[in-house]
Each structure stands twice: as C-alpha cells, then as structure tokens.
Design a protein. Structure first.
Lengths: 237, 735
C-alpha cells in the first residue's frame, strides 16, 4: 500500500462493491478503488492543478487518508454508484487536505513567498475534475475489459479469437474479413463467428466490470448508459 | 497488455459494447434523429437526447421502453399525449415538435427538477410553482389535464420553470377509454385521493391543483405531504389522512392546505386561482384561501369521531386480551418501544453522518449533493416522526433542516422538541442561538434567548466549541456587554475566518455602535463567504489582492480593518504585508518611487509586528527578508546608501535565521541567492572583483540548492534558473 505506483490491473477484485463494504471490506474496497488509480489521479491533478510527481504523491496520500479515516468502512452503496462514492471521497479528502494546509498557515507557518509575485491565482476555464475523472474512468474500463478479454481468450486456447478482435477493432488500419482470414489462416466463416464470440464476451466482461461499481440492476442500467453518454458518431463498424 | 489504447480504438470498443444496447433497446428512429444519450426512464417510456439533423437542433425524444414497445394501450396513450401536448404553446410548457405512434420529439430542457434546486428560498419556490400553475391552467383551457405533476416534471432552467411530460394527459373533451377504471396512474406521493382511489372519471382540473400543492409542500418542507412504508399504506394515507401543517407561514399554509383538501370541490377551482393566490402571497397581500367552512369542519369532526369510535373498539378488544394474559401485551409494547428506540438510534447515526458529509460538501461548493443527502435524511426523520413522536428526533430534524437552509422549518422542529422534553439543554441552546439571530426580538423572546444561552451543555459533537463560543458571545451581546461579545466573536474568527454567523454578529455590534463602515464590511464579508465559502473564497481573496489598483486599495482597507480588530491578527498582518509588497511593485512600475518606498516600509512594519508575536516563523522571516531586499534596492536607487546597507544586513540576518529554522525551504535559498547576487553586483560596481566572485559563487550555490529542493512545479523555478545562469555568467565575467 505504500508503493507510489499504480497497482497491477490484475488485482481487480471481481466482487460487487456493495458486498465488500463493512467488516474487513475496507481493504477490498481500497483494492477496488486502486484499480481506478488513473481516474483518481486525473481528478486530483485537475482539482489541485498538480504536475506528475505531485499528483502521484497526492493520490497516494488520498488512499492513505481514505484508509486511515475509515472512509471505505463508512461507504453506503445504497447511496450511489462507486464512481460517485469515489468523487465524494476525493472531495472530502481535498477538504481535509486544504484544512490541513490552512491550519498550518493559521498556526503560524506563514506561506512562503519569493520575490516574484506574479503568480496570480487566476481561475481559467479548465476541464472540470469530475469530467476528467469520468473520461479517464471510461477509458480505463474499456481498456481493462480489453485486457481481461485477452486473458480469458488466450487462457482458454482461443488466442486466435483475440487476435482477430484486436486486428479488426483495435488496429490503426481498416481490414476486412477476407484479409483477416488470410492473415490468420482460417475460413471467413470462422472470422465472422469468432469475432462475434469475442464481441459478445467483450460486452459481458465490460458489463461485469461496470456491475462491480453499482448496487443494483437499475443503477447498472444508468451507469451503462452513462458509458455511452458522450459517444460521438465514432468509427464503430 | 495494459498499454494505452488510441482514441479511435476506444471509440470502436465503445461501439462494440453499445451494439447490444442499440440492437434491442435503442429506439427505431428515423434517420433524421441521431441519438446522443439516454436522459431518463419513466414508468413507460425512455427519453433520449437526440440531434435532429434536419433542423439542426438538439431535442428530447420519448419512445416506449423495450418491453412496453408492443403494448398497444401504451402506444395509444403515447400518441394521445403527443396530440394533447402538441396543442399547447406556452412559455412554461416544454414544446412538442413532432409525434408519431413510435415516438414524440420535444423541446430539450437543460434544467434541474424543482426539488433538486441548489439554493432556493421559499419565495423562489412559490414563484416557480406560480408560473407552473399558470402553464397548467393554459393546458386546462386546451382541455388537457396533466395528471402527473410532481417536482421532477417541473424542470427549472436558470429561473425559468417548464412543465414537462404530459405523459398521462387526458383530453377532457374526449371520453377516453385509454385510462382504464380502477387503474392508478401517476406518482402516488403527489396524487390526489380521487386518483389514489383509481377513480379516473373524477380526475380533473382540481387534481392538478392538488398535485401542484403537494409539489409546493414537498419543496418547502423537504418531504411530501404523506410518506408511508409501502404503496398500499401510502394510498390509504393519501385518501384518509390529513396532510401535516406546512409550518412556514400562516397564509402560505392556508394556500397549500386548500390545494391538498380531500374533496376536489374544496380546492381551488382552477390552477389560475392558485397562481393568483400565490401571487398575492408573494406581494404580501391577504390570500383568498380561507380556513375550511364550518360545515366542512363539522363533517371532518364527525369522520374523526368515527375513527375515534373505531379506536375505542380496538382498545376494548385489547382490554379483553389483557385480562386473558397480562404478559403478551406488555411484551408487545416493550418490543415496539425497543424497535422504535433501535430505529431512532439508527436514524441518529445516519443523520450525524449526513450532517457531517453535507457540511464538507457545502464547504467545497458542491451544494447540490449536500442538499440531496440532507433531503434524504430529512425524509427519513419525518417518516419516523409520523410514527413516533420522539423529542430528540425533532431536535435532530431541526439540525438537518437548518443545514438544509430552512431555518424557519428548523425552528418549528426545535420548538416541538423542547415542548416534548423541556430538559433538552442542547435544543434550548440552539433555540437561543436561533432567537439571537433575529433582529426583531420582543422582551419575552429576548429573556428566553438569554436563558437558553445560559444553560450548561453536555458534550455533543454537533455543538462545536465554536458554537459554544458563539452562544457566549450572543448572550453577552443580548445583555448589552458588547465589548465581551466582540472579543469572543473575534476569537471565533481566529479559529475559523470563514465563520459567517460570527461576522454577522459583529456587523450587528457595529450597527449598535453606529459604525456603518464596519457593519458594511462585516456583513458583506459574511455574504461573500456564504456565496462561496471554502478554497474558492480564499483563492478569490488572494486573486483579488493582485488584480487591479482598485482591488488593491480595497483589499488594503479590508485587511486594515481586520488587522486592527483581531486579538491575534497575525493572519491579517501577513496578508496586509503581502498587499503592501504587491503595491510596492506596482507603484514602482508606475514610477511613483516615493509611494513605493512608503508601501515597502509599511510591509516591513507589518512583518515586524507579526514577528514580535511569533518570532520563530521561518516563512515570516523569509518574507520580511524579501521586503528588506527590495528596500535595499529602492534605497540604493534613491541614493540613501546607509538605509540600503542596513536593509541588506537585516535581510541577511533574517535569512540566516530562516535557514536555521527551515533548512530545506527552497524559497529561503532562492532569496539568499538573490541577496548574494545583489551583493556581488555592488562589490563589482565598487571594483572589488574578488568579493564579487565569491558572492557570485555563493549565489550560484544557493540557487542550485533551491532548485534541487524545490518541487518540479515550483512557481519560481524558471526565475531561479534564469538568475542562476546570470550569476554563473557573472562569476565567469569576474575572472
């Protein structure tokens, strides 16, 4: 827990968050939260305008605080989705952080100034931290589902399925089924069927990941819709 | 494997995941609509946000949800909704653009539901519901009854309310068969009894009047008129129980109560009549709503006697049971008491957590989330109180309501708590505080407030040390001891400069002293803080210091006021010194050297005062050194060599002490480097090359140290690097 680096993605516990709250659930919940290291870091960096190392440190500090303050133990899944819970937790953390900094100032540790006094605090119209967290969250989920799909297919002797999926959906260039069939030495019918299988598995995995962060089916539907909320007419085929 | 995917790959993955949704759930819409996202789901329909390519506008499109899509009844109702709503053109009704049996496209309102408004006073709510009532009246004139009015169907965009979703609208003129008899449609919480009974033929204009009243009730009180554990109970409550009084103001109570009458003919005849009465209330005119007629009350009394008779019968049966076995009813009573106690404890824990979270969130400016949390807790407390009259829960509810920004409703609950248990010292103390915040206390209330505030208090997490201090201050103020009062209040501000209530009390004291300027200062700073307390406030205050001449001078006046008033005003002194320093730089840039020098000396003076109070604050020493370095430069430029020399020595002394106190502070090293560089320049100017070389080397070493110690995003990094390259070049030039 004291490493300043993002955890390996395989640490993601596949338990619904509402079930790991309470008792010894704090640790598990922390592990779940840690699998969202990147969105959390992005939120903090945006909220406090931090650069890389500072953002890493503060993200680490945020986790330490959430554990120390038993924030995870006090989580109430009935009150919302995990993403919303994390945002609340982060807001609390920032208040504490700010209070602490402010208390130091008030307690006599005056802010240090240098001669250059031109560092005005102008509030630009930067992206909102919540939006940044959301964007990173979405990206993270999609990538994690892709990683799991790879693990699952390759682990079950279906490496070709994933290779097809990767070449068809994730590569830079557009390829058709015929090219794929030739490339992987399979029939065009197999390409079509296996791609379909991989696609369905991808959806199921993604849905499972999202389900872990919500409490019930209704919330799942909301969160699932949210995932596509800002999709522009992309390049979906 | 977990490499970052490029944007196009992510988009394709999203499309893969979305295929499922769009395949079965997503609407079959004409190509002119591009669905952007789902906005929400209701009982029968899903509303999407879509781009209308043909007219290039964003609209809301409502379609039947997946499993309902084949329901012919629903389709029929949907078309009817469209036909009815399309007839309506009103600034407060969301327009219907296009309708087919498959979907309706409507004006997209980017608003929030009425009950989710972040900060809304009772008057604001009343004005919004009045506008909605006028719109509903217009719909009635066109033969359309809404039948599902509720806070979530009144969307507020800015300060403009839109009535949306005529989802259950029934054409009055048409004898519709769509609404099946005995089928309850609508949202029960806001439904009139005739609708709750499923008496669809009786549903009409006055049903909407009821729903508007229930909506207003909900917004003003934070909970609907009726709450129950399950739907059957709720329907029974709507049909049989009287709504509790609103408890805000008599006339407004009357208006809402008139809407909520069980018999439709006792309500306002039209939504316009309701709107007119709300308007009268807003203009402080007498309302048309009157207490119910004698006949009505007599009927009610008879009904109530009927239920009393039923209750008596039940009691008689119980008495028989008691004679049969004494133990069972006692056990029952005990277990009921225990259950209530357990649920009261759970409620308290929940409310305490909500209060804590809400305070935090409000401090961060996330008022909406805070209020949602509070509303939930308020609803729970009210539901509990509907079953058990526990004074402590009334007290708890008053705290929640106060946090929700409803001081009047909070006061009502506080009064109920004290009436139930006069020994609740904390509640009485809070009543004292509430009374003290009023400007128009009569003698009895004044005496009450003083007595309340004099009570000894038990330890109570919700009553902070600051509240206790505030109570002492208010008691002193109310008894005329203004000196003690303002001393305590300033003490409060030392602990919490953002304490709005303390600032308001100081404003009252200033007014009592006839000091309009300070009264204005304290009250406007309180308003400032109320608008955006938290980091934003302080950032704004910092920013304000830097921006304009006017802002600078204004800030100076503010801090001058604060600095001369505080008991330990080190914060204010430090801030004022900063203002002086910034002013110096600006004055110098404008060529006003003499004024600049004066400002700089004032900055040094403030630091002297500050350091006299706290001699060992490295930051203050460092900042004074900064002022002295500038003073040295200005004095040298003005030809005052002696003053320049003294400033230089004093700066070096301060920096040495600062180093000793905070050896790893990059700012101190930066300033040491700066001072050494200045020194080098002077020595070089008088032709002492060896001295200059040594100083240059000192400067370079200090600056390197600063750059090593500083974080990567240190704001002075660039300046430090530039200065370092200058002194390195200087060192070479000296050789």
């Amino acid at each position: 827990m004291d490493t300043g680096t993002p955890p390996r993605r395989s640490t993601f516990p596949s338990t619904r968050w509402s079930r790991i709250v309470g008792g010894t659930g704090g640790r598990d919940l922390e592990a779940l939260a840690r699998s969202y290291w990147r969105p959390i870091r992005a939120w903090l960096a945006a909220r406090l305008r931090l650069r890389d190392e500072a953002a890493d440190d503060l993200t680490q500090e945020a986790f330490t605080w959430m554990l120390a303050s038993h924030f995870f133990e006090r989580a109430d899944p009935a009150r919302g989705r995990f993403r919303a819970f994390l945002k609340t937790a982060l807001r609390h953390f920032v208040v504490q952080h700010w209070r602490h900094a402010n208390a130091l100032r008030r307690g006599g540790a005056q802010a240090h100034t240098s001669l250059r006094l031109d560092d005005d605090l102008s509030d630009g119209d930067a992206l909102q931290p919540d939006e940044i967290l959301d964007a990173e969250w979405r990206r993270d989920l999609l990538q994690r589902a892709r990683d799991r799909l790879a693990g699952e297919l390759e682990g079950s002797g279906r490496a070709v399925y994933f290779a097809l999926f990767r070449d068809y959906y994730l590569a830079d260039d557009d390829v058709d089924h015929r090219t794929l069939a030739e490339r992987h030495g399979v029939s065009r019918g197999d390409v079509s069927n296996w791609l379909d299988y991989a696609k369905r598995r991808y959806r199921a995995i993604l849905r499972a990941l999202v389900r872990d962060t919500v409490d019930d089916e209704e919330a799942l539907q909301v969160e699932w819709s949210w995932l596509f909320a800002t999709t522009e007419r992309g390049e979906g085929r | 494997m977990s490499d970052d995917l490029p944007e196009h790959a992510l988009r394709r993955l999203l499309a893969v995941a979305a295929e499922d949704d769009c395949g079965s759930d997503a609407p079959e819409l004409p190509a002119r609509y591009h669905v952007l996202r789902e906005l929400g789901r209701g009982g029968m329909g899903v509303v999407y946000e879509a781009h209308d390519r043909q007219l290039d506008r964003v609209c809301a499109v409502k379609v039947l949800a997946g499993r309902h899509a084949d329901d012919e009844h629903l389709r029929q109702r949907l078309v009817r909704e469209a036909l009815a709503a399309a007839r309506l053109r009103h600034p407060h009704i969301a327009a219907v653009y296009d309708a087919t049996p498959d979907y309706i496209s409507m004006q997209r309102i980017d608003g929030v539901p009425l009950d989710a408004l972040a900060s809304c006073s009772p008057r604001d709510f009343v004005a919004l519901v009045r506008d909605a009532a006028r719109a509903v009246h217009d719909a009635h004139q066109h033969g359309v009854v809404h039948r599902d009015l509720k806070p979530s169907n009144l969307l507020v965009e800015g300060s403009h309310v839109y009535v949306v979703d005529f989802g259950l609208a029934k054409a009055i003129a048409t004898d519709s068969t769509v609404s099946l008899p005995g089928v309850v449609l609508g949202t029960p919480v806001f439904m009139p009894p005739e609708q709750a009974r499923g008496d669809n033929l009786a549903v009409g204009v006055r049903s909407d009047v009821y729903a508007l009243g229930a909506t207003l009730f909900h917004c003003l009180r934070g909970a609907p008129p009726f709450a129950a554990a399950n739907l059957p109970e709720l329907l029974r409550a709507v049909a049989e129980r009287e709504a509790p009084p609103l408890g805000i103001e008599r006339d407004l109570d009357l208006v809402v109560a008139t809407c909520l009458r069980k018999e439709p003919e006792q309500r306002y005849a039209t939504a316009a009549a309701l709107a007119d009465d709300l308007d009268r209330w807003l203009r402080h005119e007498p309302v048309a709503a009157r207490p119910p007629s004698l006949g009505y009350r007599a009927r009610k009394l008879l009904q109530r006697r009927g239920s009393l008779a039923r209750a008596a019968a039940v009691a008689a049966v119980l008495a028989v049971a008691v004679t049969a076995t004494v133990l069972v009813p006692i056990a029952l009573r005990a277990s009921a008491g225990r259950a209530a106690a357990t649920s009261a404890v759970a409620l308290s824990a929940h409310a305490a957590a909500v209060l804590h979270d809400a305070t935090m969130l409000s401090h961060l400016g996330d008022v909406a989330t805070a209020q949602r949390a509070l509303d939930g807790a308020i609803g729970r407390a009210r539901a509990f109180l509907a079953q058990n009259d526990v004074p402590r829960v009334h007290h708890l509810l008053s705290r929640l309501l106060r946090a929700r920004g409803q001081p009047d409703a909070a006061f009502v609950e506080l009064t109920a708590a004290i009436a139930g248990d006069p020994d609740l010292a904390e509640a009485r103390f809070e009543r004292g505080l509430a009374l003290a915040s009023r400007n128009d206390l009569d003698d009895a209330e004044l005496a009450q407030a003083v007595a309340d505030l004099s009570l000894p208090l038990a330890s109570d997490a919700a009553l902070t040390q600051l509240d206790r201090l505030l109570g002492r201050a208010e008691r002193a103020r109310l008894t005329g001891d203004l000196v003690t009062a303002s001393e305590i209040l300033r003490e409060v501000l030392v602990y919490d400069p953002g304490h709005v209530r303390a600032r308001l009390s100081l404003a009252r004291i200033a007014l009592q002293h006839g000091d309009d300027t300070m009264a204005a200062y304290w009250s406007s700073s309180a308003v400032d803080l109320q608008l955006g307390y938290g980091p934003t406030h302080f950032a704004r205050e910092q920013g304000r210091l830097a921006i304009s001449v006017h802002g600078l001078e204004g800030a100076l006046v503010d801090f001058a006021g604060e600095a001369s008033l505080g008991t330990d005003h080190s914060v204010a002194l430090a801030q004022r010194a900063l203002v002086h320093l910034r002013r110096t730089l600006r004055l110098e840039r404008d060529g006003e050297t003499a004024e600049a020098l004066g400002a700089l000396r004032a900055a040094v003076d403030d630091h002297d005062a500050l350091l006299a109070m706290h001699p060992d604050v490295a930051g203050a020493l460092n900042n004074r050194a900064v002022c002295l370095i500038e003073l040295q430069r200005l004095c040298a430029a003005a030809g005052d060599g002696a003053a320049a020399g003294n400033a230089h020595l004093a700066a070096a002394r301060d920096l040495r002490r600062a180093h000793a106190l905070a050896p790893a502070q990059p700012e101190v090293w930066f300033n040491s480097g700066l001072l050494a560089a200045r020194n080098a320049r002077i020595q070089s100017a008088i032709g002492w090359a060896a001295g200059a070389r040594a100083r240059h080397r000192d400067a370079a070493a200090a600056l390197r140290r600063a750059l090593t110690l500083a974080p990567p995003d240190w704001p002075h990094r660039q300046a430090g690097a530039v200065l370092l390259s200058e002194v390195t070049a200087g060192d070479n030039g000296d050789r």
